[in-house]
Design a protein around this ligand. Sequence first.
Ligand code: PEP
Ligand code: MN
Length: 307
Amino acid sequence: MKDISESDINNNIPLVTQKDKNRNVIAGNVAIGGQDVVIMAGPCTVESKQQIFEIAKAVQEAGATMLRGGIFKPLTFPYGDPLGKPDAGTTVKNDIHSRPKVLPIHEMFKTAEKRLAYFKEAGEKYRLPIVSEIVYADSLSMMAKYVDMFQIGYRHMFNMDLIEALSTTDKPLLIKRHVGESLRSLLGVAEHFEARGKNNFAFCERGVSVPHTHNVNSRAILDIQAIPALKEYAPSVPVIIDPSHSTFKRNYVAPMSKAAIAAGADGLLIEVHHTPEAAWIDPLNAIGCDDFRLLLKDIEAISKIIR
Ligand code: PEP
Ligand code: MN
């Protein structure tokens, strides 16, 4: 894996590294990369109407600026997919035998639009623009009716179908770096967008692969150093930190969030659930609504000092 050279800046990533570029990364009415820290919060998975409304209310009251929720989930393993669950917010057992296998894609499309509709409704009710991951390029026009920002998950960083499709939308993008990829590669993906005339995107750091992570369940460790490095190479691109998927551990989310803001991140993407242990997906990293509220008080205090 290579680091970024002078020749890269001149020949491979000349557009994304331009200084003083006005990117207008605006989701709904929220400016990303401006004076204010942006807090994207919500559940890993939009599980039911009741669940997303309850979480939207809690995160808005705590001070979140955007609502984040998963509709299409590209999972590492084929279990635990929420799309076959009854849509009633019923108690979910977290043992593997209670989990359905992933549904065929056409079934996902059927439930996805319904869930996107009430996800958007929750965002509108609490005045929170919504951000969600896109997995299938041909779901773009359907999703664009609902979401204010598209997330590209780390598994899809190099997905050329998505790069082509997303270059045609005016909506901003949140590009996650793959855990095994360098900043050079991330900047390369951004340059693919730039070369197609798309420049309203933000980066999202969600950890890098390392031999040990201090946590048996985790595969990544948060690369705080990516913040100053990205600011150095691509100063006009906002940087969002995801302390939830990088640490994969509830207790680590608050300290890493504070560290990220102190290190100059433009915002955070945090998984919040009203009953974290019962979250359909990622129950180990979701934080509860009360913990989220306390965390945002600290974030506000840190932002005041450093911004
Ligand atoms: C997510 O944001 O819920 C998610 C699964 O993201 P990642 O691509 O970082 O795993
Ligand atoms: Mn998740």
